[in-house]
Design a protein around this ligand. Structure first.
Ligand code: CDP
Length: 765
């Protein structure tokens, strides 16, 4: 691409000048095989541009860059788009051409697999076809419509697809067409015909209505993603199809690999819808590039500067939220430096914790004369379809949950994508016209990719899955009809953990506590905290912290660079040693309540107002559920001993103690070497706290603990004597103190007047 002359040479020379400015910051990145390349640490993201190492492309096809042709094509596309009404768009989708055949197949078979490439119209059109053909007619003697349920693996997809279908049907979202996700039900029990819901919601629905009485069609969308929820649903659906032969079941997938699914459902028919894919040229790096963030930024700018703007939007795939935020900031920064001499670039990040109103931005067309770049996780791989993408930049990595039953640790790990996954990503560039895909790895290393992504049920913690299955009355887990049976170690480890949490009796039956836990839409450890919080009279505080943990990733707004100091000092008033991250969440929420839920206050404090509104909503819903499972309300104020003990009751398996180096930590069970995440307030504590509980462990270059609270080691034995040996608790008391150079705690790190359970730590050696 760089070798091609742009029509406007000034762009190229400006860009070259900008590149040379960056050279001062450049780091040598050559000579590293990209499959074995060292990964960046979370606190190491910075713009690194090395003109030697990046970006020379090896192409499968020559780049036929003809700006005039492209411009003409995109003008035609734009004009055509305008002319087309929603109905015409619907008619043009590949599945619409087979409407009659698909409906006939559904009428004639109670289960079918429907396979069509992403963007063919599966999610939006199939429920609509069924609705329009009377599949939701109320049963005799009733005026309530039967329902079509369509599951989605992600909350974002439920909301956006429901909104699109409501728009296409010309109805208000929440009436005839609605969605249900955790903490939000936008349906009307008397009027809703089509419901888009997450797999977790469907599992809850099956536990309260095992035969899905009022449902006429069950559509399982994106089955190829093989989430663990979907794998349980598949087993249940097989039994359901026998108990309810009138129920229509459609298994929808974006891959053509449906034979396995069909075999599982006794050879049910597979309906393939041919896609309308345009050719996509694939370009590989000529030499490995270690820093995929810098490579993404450079490639995006190269495309933007040298290729015609209209109709040629960019979609860049990165593994996670932090990488996406960093990339967007770097692109923004570069665009600012290039000034008004290049066309505007509309930057749209998308990841699951991004507030919904910002997520919706990805569907808005870029204003004329500008280009849109969507920087996404694998959420945009098959779940969300955005029109007008001509260029895909693929970093080749994805974040995946991995669990080790040996260490009892679940980690979010950045791993190379599978071949199936990178092919899906490539396909995003060829939906509305010919496209280009830039892969940030060499042609040679593509042969190292695994062919398929490992199903979640074979690699993640099955605690919530097993609890849910027990609540559904499935006791014989080893003989459950799984598409791919999980390793018995994973099942046994989940059973042991649930037993340790007192959810299961010694014979494996659900206890009263276990039944209460299954009622709460939370990770069993969090449910355990709420259920035990009444023993420590801190249910109010536990509710707030649990609700805040679900939004912890999107709580703070990044301040502009000149306000960074101000934002940091605003944050420091919530920091306390004894409360750690949990204490900070509690204080933020309480201060917001005191401000009368003010949006101005949030803006002033660099907090995400909409995120806090969702926390309030989640907290309200959980409070109602606490009432249902008979947890009486109580408050302990800022007594962090009570709060810490309540969290120990749920998270005693997630304890870590300070290691001998005085910086890293070791997990109490398993002895893994782990580090505090840079975002944790405990990272600021001098001397470091000795023992803590962590909410989650994230693996990047190291194993990082995120969202932590300090505890006394003796609590582990006091609260979970069946899990922790007394000697372990004693040993962690004798852990080395911080190195001699450690500073004494800052005065502002201890909140005035609060009870401090760690006097010895504070005074230091
Ligand atoms: O499910 P599948 O990937 O096959 O396609 P879809 O999600 O039904 O999308 C079909 C078309 O609907 C897309 O090409 C978009 O034009 C449109 N769509 C949209 O505008 N907004 C959404 N939230 C989803 C789809």
């Amino acid at each position: 691409l760089l070798n091609k002359k742009s029509k406007d040479d000034t762009y190229v020379s400006e860009f070259a000048q900008f590149e040379s400015e960056q050279q001062s910051k450049a780091k040598a990145t050559t000579g590293v095989s990209d499959r074995t390349r060292p990964q960046q640490t979370e606190d190491e993201y910075e713009y690194v541009f090395d003109p030697e190492a990046a970006i020379k492309w090896q192409s499968e096809a020559p780049i036929d860059y003809d700006p005039e042709k492209l411009r003409l094509q995109s003008m035609l596309n734009a004009a055509e788009k305008k002319r087309n009404s929603i109905d015409e768009v619907r008619k043009s989708l590949p599945v619409s051409k087979y409407r009659t055949e698909i409906l006939d197949a559904i009428k004639n078979h109670n289960i079918i697999c429907l396979s069509a490439s992403t963007g063919s119209g599966k999610s939006t059109q199939i429920p609509a076809f069924l609705y329009e053909s009377g599949f939701t007619k109320p049963p005799p003697g009733s005026s309530t419509p039967a329902r079509i349920i369509c599951t989605q693996p992600r909350r974002v997809a439920c909301m956006s697809v429901a909104a699109r279908v409501a728009e296409e049907q010309g109805v208000v979202l929440g009436r005839q067409v609605g969605y249900r996700i955790r903490y939000e039900d936008k349906t009307d029990p008397l009027a809703t015909h089509i419901v888009f819901e997450t797999e977790g919601i469907l599992l809850r629905e099956i536990s309260s209505s095992p035969l899905l009485d009022n449902v006429s069609v069950l559509i399982l969308d994106e089955v190829h993603e093989r989430t663990k929820g979907m794998d349980v649903i598949l087993g249940l659906t097989k039994a359901l199809s026998i108990a309810r032969p009138d129920l229509r079941i459609i298994l929808m997938s974006a891959t053509s690999n449906s034979q396995k699914m069909s075999q599982f459902f006794d050879g049910c028919p597979i309906f393939y819808v041919p896609g309308q894919a345009f050719p996509v040229d694939v370009h590989y790096l000529t030499s490995p590039e270690a820093n995929y963030i810098a490579a993404t930024v450079t490639t995006a700018l190269q495309i933007h500067i040298t290729q015609a703007v209209e109709g040629g939007d960019i979609l860049a795939f990165l593994p996670g939220e932090l990488e996406i935020i960093t990339t967007c900031e770097l692109i923004e920064d570069s665009m600012r430096k290039l000034g008004g001499r290049v066309p505007e670039l509309v930057i749209c990040p998308i990841y699951s914790t991004l507030p919904p109103e910002q997520q919706a931005k990805i569907f808005e067309p870029a204003p004329p004369g500008t280009r849109k770049i969507i920087v996404a996780t694998n959420i945009a791989e098959t779940s969300l379809t955005v029109d007008g993408i001509m260029y895909v930049i693929d970093c080749g990595y994805v974040k995946e949950n991995q669990y080790s039953s040996r260490t009892n640790m679940e980690q979010l790990v950045t791993v190379p994508c599978s071949k199936a996954s990178v092919d899906q990503r490539k396909g995003r560039a060829g939906r509305t016209g010919p496209g280009k895909c830039f892969r940030l790895w060499t042609r040679q290393s593509q042969y190292d990719l695994a062919s398929e992504t490992t199903p979640e049920i074979l690699r993640s913690n099955l605690l919530d899955t097993v609890l849910q299955m027990k609540a559904l009355g499935i006791n014989d887990l080893l003989n459950f009809d799984f598409l791919d049976p999980p390793n018995s170690d994973l099942l046994i480890s989940a059973l042991e953990s649930l037993y340790a949490l007192k959810c299961l009796s010694p014979t494996g039956e659900l206890t009263r506590l276990g039944r209460q836990m299954a009622e709460l839409p939370l990770d069993p450890k969090l449910s355990a905290v709420l259920l035990h919080a009444s023993e420590y009279s801190c249910v109010e505080e536990a509710l707030t912290i649990v609700a805040m943990l679900s939004e912890s990733g999107s709580l703070f707004i990044r301040p502009p660079p000149e306000k960074k100091m101000y934002a940091e000092s605003a944050k420091s008033k919530w920091v306390s040693r004894e409360g750690g991250d949990f204490g900070m969440f509690l204080r933020i929420y309480n201060d917001w309540v005191e401000s009368d839920y003010s949006s101005f206050w949030c803006k002033d404090q660099y907090l995400n107002y909409k995120g806090l509104v969702r926390v309030r909503n989640a907290r309200d819903q959980l409070e109602k559920l606490c009432d249902k499972v008979e947890i009486p309300m109580s408050s302990a104020g800022d007594d962090y001993i009570a709060i810490g003990k309540a969290f120990t009751a749920g998270f005693f398996q997630n304890a870590a103690t300070l290691a001998r180096d005085g910086q890293s930590y070791r997990t109490v069970k398993g002895g893994n070497n782990v580090f505090l995440h840079p975002s944790s307030v405990l990272k600021q504590m001098h001397p470091p706290v000795r023992t803590l509980l962590f909410y989650e462990c994230v693996m990047t270059s190291k194993e990082y603990l995120r969202s932590c609270i300090p505890i006394e080691p003796s609590w582990l034995f006091e609260i979970a004597p069946h899990y922790h040996k007394k000697e372990v608790a004693e040993a962690s008391k004798k852990m080395p103190r911080a190195p001699a150079k450690a500073k004494v705690a800052k005065a502002d790190s201890i909140s005035p007047g609060s009870k401090n359970p760690f006097p010895s730590d504070v005074t230091g050696p």
